[in-house]
Structures are given as structure tokens and as C-alpha cells.
Design a protein around this ligand. Structure first.
Ligand code: ADP
Ligand code: MG
Length: 238
């Protein structure tokens, strides 16, 4: 079980309160998409879940366990960033393996995990290439591969497709949906792209100014937006 619960979470940077007091339940195995305008606190929320930020107040629970004071490496999560930096001098296989090698995992298990990730991401024929010999979409798949090999219970993805062109984004959307089906892990995905949100999510969280405007399935928000903001954001008339 790897539901994620945010319990009265708040976050301030000095005098700036970015998240006032927020409660959210992200169901185990869901594909939850956080949407909202730039600066509304999406990345901050993800970083709080990852443990890259400490909340000013409140608790983070993963799989029912209070992880508020745990390091990122203890949380069974993995984060894919918008600007995914691959090691240019390493092959695809070495890039995917890197984190496991740091953990000093035995080589046979590492090899097995890398092979499995490569299969899931259709990178089997690219394992010996360098990042410079890959397309943008393939590079992004390598970045996701580095997460998959760690077998996280929760995947955090912060606008992972925003540096790709429109055609590739469409293709990667399909691949992410397949990835979610094949792994069954909880996905928490940040985007400011409505189409991505509507097509990928089984639960959308609409944020505005550090607050949650509405949580619901895509068609619930579309058919029954709770606020003008949600209506405008999802694009349906209210
Ligand atoms: P989003 O991802 O929705 O665009 P962010 O979570 O990145 O929004 O940022 C929300 C707000 O918090 C912004 O006003 C941003 O400037 C501020 N912020 C984020 N991180 C920091 C930080 N480390 N120090 C100060 N302010 C920050
Ligand atoms: Mg952001």
C-alpha cells in the first residue's frame, strides 16, 4: 500500500507562505495529476512529498507511515524532474544503473533491474549508446528508467514532458499511461497542460495560490467544476 496523505501541511519560505494549510489524499495506485498556474506551489508540494523540503507544519504519510522527518532516500519514492540531466560520458545502461551502483546493490540484481526497465521503456536496443546519440523522447525514457530501477512505491514527476515538442509529448503521454498500468505504482504528476491532465489522470488536483480548488476525476471536474477557476482551467463553460 502506498497511498500518500498530506495532513495539515503548510510551507513558508521566510515571510512567504507558499502553502497555507493543505490536506490531500492520493490513493494507492492512482495516477494523480496536480495542475495549476505557474507559481501556485505544485513543485513545492511534490518536493514536500519527496522530502526535498521540510514542511513548516503538518505531516506527510506514505503508505500510512509518517515520513515527515525521513530523508528522501528512506521514503520509497522516486522523482523525475523537468530538466533531467543524464551523464553524457556514460552509456544508457550505465546511466540507468548509476543509482543502484551508488546503493552498492549486487551486480546480478542491478543487471536484472536495468534489463527490466529497458524492456518496459523499449530501450533494449539503445543500452550501449551515449545520451548524445538519442532522441529527446529516448533521453526522457532513460531519465524515467533511472526511477523505475529503484522500484519506488510512489513516482513523482515534475513536468517531465515540458521540454519535448508537441508530437513527442503526445507519444510520451501514451507511454506514461502504459508505464502506470504495467508498474501499478502510485504516480503523482505535475503539469500545467490541461490535455495531459485530462488524458492521464484518474484524479486531478486543481491548485491555485497554494490551495486546492477541487479534487476529482477528469470528467467530474469537466461536468461539475466547483469554482470559476476550475471551470476556466479545465476549459468547460460554467
Ligand atoms: P509551481 O511549481 O506551481 O510553478 P513552485 O512550487 O515552484 O510553483 O513555487 C511556488 C512559490 O514558492 C513561488 O512563489 C516560488 O517563487 C516560491 N518558492 C519556491 N521555492 C522557493 C525557495 N526555495 N525559496 C523561496 N521561495 C520559493
Ligand atoms: Mg514547478
Amino acid at each position: 500500500m502506498a497511498e500518500v496523505r498530506l495532513d495539515d501541511i503548510s510551507k513558508s519560505f521566510g515571510a512567504l507562505t507558499v502553502i497555507p494549510k493543505l490536506n490531500l489524499l492520493i490513493p494507492d495506485g492512482s495516477f494523480t495529476v496536480l495542475v495549476g498556474p505557474s507559481g501556485c506551489g505544485k513543485s513545492t508540494l511534490l518536493r514536500l512529498i519527496a522530502g526535498l523540503e521540510t514542511p513548516t507544519d503538518g505531516r506527510v504519510l506514505i503508505g500510512g507511515r509518517n515520513v515527515t522527518n525521513e530523508e528522501p532516500s528512506q521514503r520509497e519514492i522516486s522523482m523525475v524532474f523537468q530538466s533531467y540531466a543524464l551523464f553524457p560520458h556514460m552509456t544508457v545502461a550505465q546511466n540507468i544503473d548509476f543509482g543502484l551502483r551508488l546503493q552498492k546493490m549486487p551486480k546480478p540484481e542491478r543487471d536484472e533491474r536495468v534489463a527490466r526497465a529497458a524492456k518496459i521503456l523499449a530501450l533494449e536496443n539503445y543500452l550501449e549508446r551515449k545520451p548524445s546519440q538519442l532522441s529527446g523522447g529516448q533521453r526522457q525514457r532513460v531519465a524515467i528508467g533511472r526511477s523505475i530501477v529503484r522500484n519506488p512505491k510512489v513516482f513523482l514527476l515534475d513536468e517531465p514532458l515540458s521540454n519535448l515538442d508537441a508530437a513527442l509529448r503526445g507519444q510520451m503521454r501514451v507511454e506514461l499511461a502504459q508505464l502506470h498500468r504495467s508498474l501499478g505504482s502510485t504516480m503523482i504528476y505535475v503539469t500545467h497542460d490541461q490535455v495531459e491532465a485530462m488524458t492521464l489522470a484518474d484524479q486531478i488536483v486543481v491548485m491555485n495560490g497554494g490551495r486546492i480548488e477541487q479534487v476529482g476525476a477528469p470528467m467530474e471536474l469537466y461536468d461539475n467544476p466547483a469554482t470559476e477557476f476550475v471551470a476556466a482551467f479545465i476549459g468547460s463553460p460554467k
